[in-house]
Design a protein around this ligand. Structure first.
Ligand SMILES: C[S@@+](CC[C@H](N)C(=O)[O-])C[C@H]1O[C@@H](n2cnc3c(N)ncnc32)[C@H](O)[C@@H]1O
Length: 331
């Protein structure tokens, strides 16, 4: 099969959302958005599905999907240079399909995608959004009904994504899903909200992936203990433009929001070919005249503030162009 060229699918996703949601009155979705925000922020594992109706799925797609999509694109773009190109994708708890849209954008090599999702309204909307996408992967994606439990049977896949899912699973299910992911996939990508609790879930999952024999490809430049401890937690952020629908639904006036996320990308690296960043910038760089200071998670597992003065000419230029989440040093 001839792979698609790698288009920026954000615009196509925005158009698909407009097409699907423009006829749903904002006045009907706004209270649903409020309820979803409360449910997701409660910090408790839900005992019943959160997305129960078509309006629930529509509200989720309207106020969350652009942000989760942007976060997953950011993660996959950072991972892409470091892991083998996948042909198959399995997305767990795929909701309305944010991760499949992201993967289709980052990896034109992908030829087949399967989404396992418990909520029928989310599957239906996800299928509809993907149905007219300018990507054969999205149009041909399989949306399967699945409630992941303590003994998930997952098909083998090159790439497995589970984005904003772990927090909805009771700990025994979460552990079983991560273990099954490690058995099924060559590359496992887990993304959670960039909160202390989200980071804690990523750390637990990371430990299980390492115990299963996988190697961390990103963000950590090492397989050792995470040095971001105490009151701090490892997370990153991506800026997402808000549509007018989004501004109405969240009663916000800003034209953008910053989606914060924690993540891990782990690889079964049997032949030792996976490269990882020499270090990772884990905070906004601190810039003042003539000096950029980068907080870097180093390959030896330590956290270091790295000052780069203007006198280091070439390196200073690189430091000025370096962002939170980037590899350091460059090249
Ligand atoms: C917060 S949404 C994330 C959706 C999507 N991955 C994204 O990033 O936008 C979590 C999704 O996981 C699904 N989910 C929760 N528990 C599940 C389970 N045990 N098995 C399958 N799907 C589940 C929910 O129905 C929901 O669609």
């Amino acid at each position: 099969m001839v792979p698609d060229l790698s288009p920026d699918l954000s615009g196509a996703l925005g158009a698909a959302l407009d097409d699907a949601l423009d006829r749903v009155p904002a006045a009907r979705l706004a209270p649903v958005v409020d309820r979803l925000i409360r449910d997701y922020r409660s910090g408790t594992v839900p005992t019943a599905p959160i997305l129960r109706t078509d309006d629930d799925a529509a509200a989720y797609a309207a106020y969350r999907m652009p942000a989760t999509h942007a976060a997953v694109v950011d993660v996959l773009e950072r991972a892409a240079a470091r892991v083998p190109e996948p042909v198959s994708l399995l997305d767990l708890g795929g909701g309305t399909g944010a991760a499949v849209w992201a993967a289709a954008q980052v990896w034109p090599s992908l030829e087949q995608a399967t989404v396992l999702e418990a909520a029928a309204p989310a599957r239906a909307l996800g299928r509809r959004l993907a149905g007219g996408a300018p990507s054969a992967l999205l149009r041909g994606a399989h949306w399967e009904a699945a409630v992941l439990g303590t003994a998930p049977a997952l098909p083998d896949t090159d790439l497995l994504t589970a984005c904003y899912l772990l927090g909805e699973l009771a700990v025994p299910v979460r552990d079983a899903v991560v273990d099954a992911a490690a058995r099924a996939a060559r590359v496992v990508v887990l993304v959670e909200p960039g909160t202390p609790a989200g980071h804690a879930r990523i750390l637990d999952a990371r430990a299980r992936l390492l115990a299963a024999g996988l190697t961390v490809a990103a963000p950590c430049p090492h397989d050792g203990a995470c040095p971001v401890t105490g009151d701090d937690w490892c997370h990153f952020a991506v800026r997402v433009g808000r549509s007018s629908r989004h501004r109405v639904l969240k009663a916000g006036s800003l034209g953008h929001e910053d989606e914060k996320f924690s993540y891990v990308v782990a690889v079964r690296d049997d032949d030792g070919t996976v490269g990882r960043a020499p270090g990772r910038v884990v905070r906004h760089p601190h810039t003042r005249k003539g000096l950029v200071t980068l907080r870097v998670c180093e390959a030896d597992g330590t956290l270091r503030d790295t000052p780069v003065p203007r006198s280091r000419k070439e390196l200073f230029r690189h430091a000025r162009d370096t962002a939170w989440g980037d590899a350091w040093p460059p090249g």
